[in-house]
Ligand binder design. Sequence first.
Ligand code: FAD
Length: 307
Amino acid sequence: MTPLRSLILAVAGNDTLRRALTATRGTRGVVERFVAGETVADAVTTAARLIDSGLYVTLDYLGEDTGETGQAESTVRTYLALLGRLGEEGLAARAEVSVKLSAVGLLLDEKFALDNARRICAAAERVGTTVTVDMEDHRTTESTLRVLGELRRTWPWVGAVVQSYLRRTEADVAGLAVADSRVRLCKGAYAEPEEFAFTAKHDVDLSYVRCANILLAGDGYPMFATHDPRLIAILGERARWHGRKPGGYEYQMLFGVRPGEQRRLAAEGETVRVYVPFGEQWYGYLVRRLAERPANLAFFLRALASR
Ligand code: FAD
């Protein structure tokens, strides 16, 4: 991880900075570039627009590290409302949801989070779509995989997420890529200690390709979440080598990041899913995006200066 990225992730936890930025009207343009809006209606409108242009979506109600049962309940209700709307609007065939277990109570109690995640999966099943369980920092990897395993006993289609920066991931993927499974492979977005994670970009990328090969050779449905042009080219070549046709795997990218590339891949017949976050709790999400790319940070600082 670069020093700049570590610094941004470190100062992100500062409460004064958090309050100053969330109260700053000048940040609005930046937020809108990466976040669909604050309400379920905003999320559904954005999803419909992306689906109209030939893309698939996964919707994420922003919020994480919930410390209150009431907050977790409110998150679950938002997901239930969202899934209901996706069904009503006829979008469920192309729109699923992504859920962070810490937003539905993982840090309070694992069983509580599991029960909440079950309610979301049951609602997804009713409207005919799927759920992917986002992966958070390394302290939650074990509990997240345990909850995922429980969910998959009822709903084998519940998507797993693995992070190539974690040293353990190569061993995890083989067990996850079973028949009927869906596995998202990403690099990983948190500041992790060297003991648990590769810190050099090259090592993270090599691990990504090793994990991708395991997924492509396995019986599950691989979901490649990356904007990295080099990796995207390698993934296309590896998919063909493994005899996978477009539709036998998918690419995933974040809302607002490389939209031209999203359209280009879709026009070539690839399945491309856009991860669309929405909600009022955009701060932690936005900081991780800024930390990934200094150009995003410059855009953000310009917006602040011009307010
Ligand atoms: P990077 O190493 O960040 O970038 C590589 C190259 O990609 C850059 O050099 C540049 O050429 C290009 N690029 C990257 N960003 C941009 C940009 N903004 N504009 C133009 N070019 C750019 N992380 C988790 O920890 N848990 C999750 O559950 C999770 N889910 C995700 C779901 C999706 C759909 C996606 C896309 C990402 C998810 N992530 C998740 C985040 C992920 O782990 C990375 O932090 C993030 O995707 C950045 O990594 P990258 O692969 O795009 O490559």
